[in-house]
Design a binder for this molecule. Structure first.
Ligand code: GUN
Length: 289
């Protein structure tokens, strides 16, 4: 029988744990504070930012959203980041992507104080994951690992195939899985024999944004399938990369879309924000993870 990994329920469990952590911090006079910077009017970004604001509030994180016009210049945005870097009151800074085309996003990310980089996009934090000395963990990959852990699926010794090599999901997830002792293959849209490689996976992760890319023939009997895709089908319905109905006949565990990986990403952002607050107050001797 297929097990559906209920990301919504697991995210709720994490949320309750985070609320307790915030209460404990509150007793020491610390309220984690997250600054979200949104430039322009991108409609998807507006929704994402609203969700972050809502969840932060529900958990007890103090959040502010800095909304800037699409016409904001590179220099102006750099000034905003510098001010937030220097602000003692906030613990986390997140610049919502994508940024308008005239902005050099890489330069902006590099400017964020790595100790406040709760998205874990700064090269220092990415590099620290690489050498197994992570400060923060990238949010979506961390969410996937948490789903696996809480579903009692061991990563160590497994053949993991990741389809997608983005800086946000594929690459950091591969490194985090390697650090946990998995044998990892990272594929992309040009990979030869993609079907055969995927069919070797004990754990198959797809993060491509291509509807129906992962069909049943690409899935080994009783594999674990993690769908990171966030797409719209031809009827405008939210769906992942996986041919869900058919793959359900083959896999032992699967994450649905919606209600799989998505709800976990935002919780991991909140977890990183709490961690940033703890790190800043490390002299108060908290356990920091
Ligand atoms: N845009 C889409 N996803 C993300 C994310 O996880 N972080 C940021 N900063 N921007 C995004």
């Amino acid at each position: 029988m297929i097990k559906i990994i209920d990301g919504k329920k697991i995210a709720e469990d994490v949320k309750e744990e985070l609320k307790k952590e915030i209460l404990a911090l509150g007793e020491k006079g610390i309220v984690p504070r997250l600054s979200v910077i949104l430039v322009g009017e991108d409609s998807a970004s507006q929704v994402y930012v609203k969700n972050k604001e809502r969840v932060a509030k529900e958990i007890g994180i103090n959040s502010e959203v800095v909304r800037l016009p699409a016409s904001t210049s590179q220099e102006e945005l750099e000034g905003v980041i510098s001010r937030h870097n220097a602000n003692e009151k906030n613990h986390g800074i997140l610049v919502q992507l994508p940024l308008p085309e005239h902005i050099d996003a890489k330069k902006i990310i590099n400017l964020i104080n790595p100790k406040k980089d709760v998205d874990c996009f700064h090269p220092e934090n990415v590099g620290r994951i690489m050498i197994g000395d992570a400060r923060f963990l990238s949010c979506t990959p961390a969410g996937i690992l948490e789903l696996l852990k809480r579903s009692e699926i061991l990563v160590e010794g497994k053949n993991v195939v990741i389809v997608g090599r983005s800086n946000i999901v594929g690459k950091p997830l591969a490194v985090m899985m390697i650090n946990l002792g998995a044998t990892v293959t990272v594929c992309n849209s040009k990979t030869k024999n993609l079907k055969e490689i995927c069919a070797q996976a004990d754990i198959l992760v797809s993060a491509t944004g291509r509807v129906g890319l992962i069909c049943a023939e690409m899935v080994k009997q009783d594999a674990v399938v993690i769908d990171v895709g966030m797409n719209r089908d031809e009827n405008g319905k939210l769906c992942g990369d996986v041919d869900y109905i058919r793959v359900c006949d083959k896999a032992c565990c699967i994450t649905p879309v919606p209600g799989g990986v998505g709800p976990m990403t935002i919780m991991m952002l909140m977890r990183n924000t709490i961690l940033a607050a703890k790190l800043k107050n490390a002299d108060l001797s908290f356990p920091v993870c």
